[in-house]
Design a binder for this molecule. Sequence first.
Ligand code: FES
Length: 105
Amino acid sequence: PKILFIEHNGAEHLVEGECGKSVMQTAVENVVPGILGDCGGSCSCATCHAYVDPQWLARLPPPAEDERLILDGALEVRDNSRLSCQIKLAEALDGLVLRLPERQF
Ligand code: FES
């Protein structure tokens, strides 16, 4: 599945992800600036914070309790904020669009 990351400055990165991997892993492997993933995806750092395109939001499983807790610690949290390490890629997410915050900490 392809994912489009849009940086805070508008720069776009269209990358091909692998099913089963997380969005955070996909961003890090493709050197997309703006996603850090400091904790390696264990849902404890919030440096993988991203804004899910509103059209896609309802198509993702809702955040689990631990994601919501950690997300509270991210900067400029909005209604469409998610931790990208908790979004697992599947063919159904082909075309997913995420916007990246200006900074992660
Ligand atoms: Fe640390 Fe997502 S990579 S919370």
